[in-house]
Design a protein around this ligand. Sequence first.
Ligand SMILES: [Zn+2]
Length: 134
Amino acid sequence: MKLEIKRLNALKKYSGDFEFETEPSADSCLIPLCKIDGKVRVKGEYEIYDDDSVGVNFTVYYRLAGQCSYCLKDAVKNIEKSFEILFVTEDDPDNYSYDGVSIDLTTAVNDAILFSQPNIILCKEDCTGIDVNN
Ligand SMILES: [Zn+2]
């Protein structure tokens, strides 16, 4: 998904919404025995500022499916997490950079998928793991 900033500027569309779905890459799930089930939905809005920096707020939605980290039963978890980021036209360690023409959201979305993931996935909130007494 790309935001064509130069074109949006020419059209005076300094802010707007976007929404798209993307196929997660094979290495995008960090939890053992687990994967991202289906596509990742991304919904957000952008605002182009006077200095050509672009604020992007977006939320990622996806489903994790796999085996409970404690007891290995089937487990699923829906993830929804919002991010606020800034794209700037020069190199800046604190922000994402872009060439002043178009913003490719792929890296930011891949980062968001990683940052939004829990360390574990559980079959139920209070799973206590495999009962060793049975
Ligand atoms: Zn469990």
